[in-house]
Design a protein around this ligand. Structure first.
Ligand SMILES: CC(C)(COP(=O)(O)OP(=O)(O)OC[C@H]1O[C@@H](n2cnc3c(N)ncnc32)[C@H](O)[C@@H]1OP(=O)(O)O)[C@@H](O)C(=O)NCCC(=O)NCCS
Length: 175
């Protein structure tokens, strides 16, 4: 049972546990260790380890590659990704970890927008994003090639002014 969740720098010893790739919605493998979140790292997908704050157990990882909506640097924003170990799923860790990442991205960068893309069939992640404060914007059709076919996905976001008014943005307690 997880009591509290934290994001921390990924250490070499975490990597064997951050396998990814075991969920039908996840095609990514382990990330290289990452130390900072800065706007200049737009080419770097980044990554932090999700851990149980009490025991230190590795639960999964988050990443935030940047996407560009216009030619100037201000028009780029992070698009977040998450993967939890199978044993960590279904306990409310996902919404909290994504909320912690949103907090960090708005605190440590000047982005106006944090977005997420979710497979249309990934109901757990759609719900987790909703609980993390994201609003669904619409469906992106036939955009993602995964396991031999094209898939629709939903685009969701949280804007800086929404993040400011959302209450208790740093709650870290799982269920
Ligand atoms: C998706 C993921 C991040 C969600 O995190 P989580 O901690 O497991 O999520 P939660 O335990 O908070 O569950 C989220 C919600 O989805 C619901 N849910 C879980 N599995 C579900 C399913 N198969 N169908 C419908 N709803 C489901 C839960 O009941 C919960 O709803 P609630 O808040 O109303 O109780 C995690 O399960 C995961 O890492 N999955 C594999 C990788 C993945 O899909 N990554 C996202 C790629 S975009």
């Amino acid at each position: 049972m997880v009591s509290a969740v934290m994001l921390r720098v990924t250490q070499e010893s975490d990597l064997p546990e951050l396998t990814g790739g075991d969920s039908e919605f996840d095609d990514w493998g382990p990330h290289e260790p990452r130390r900072t979140i800065t706007r200049s790292d737009t080419a770097d997908p980044g990554g932090l380890t999700i851990a149980d704050a009490a025991s230190g157990e590795v639960l999964g990882s988050v990443c935030w590659p940047w996407v560009c909506w216009g030619p100037n640097p201000e028009s780029s924003n992070p698009t977040i990704g998450i993967w939890l170990k199978r044993t960590a799923r279904g306990h409310g860790v996902g919404p909290i970890a994504q909320r912690l990442l949103v907090d960090r991205l708005f605190t440590e960068t000047e982005t106006n927008r944090v977005e997420a893309h979710t497979d249309a069939a990934n109901l757990a992640e759609q719900r987790a994003l909703e609980r993390a404060g994201f609003t669904r914007e619409g469906m992106i059709r036939g955009a993602r090639w995964r396991r031999g076919s094209w898939h629709d996905h939903y685009l969701s976001s949280v804007l800086r002014h929404e993040w400011r008014i959302q209450t208790n943005p740093s709650a870290t307690t799982a269920r």
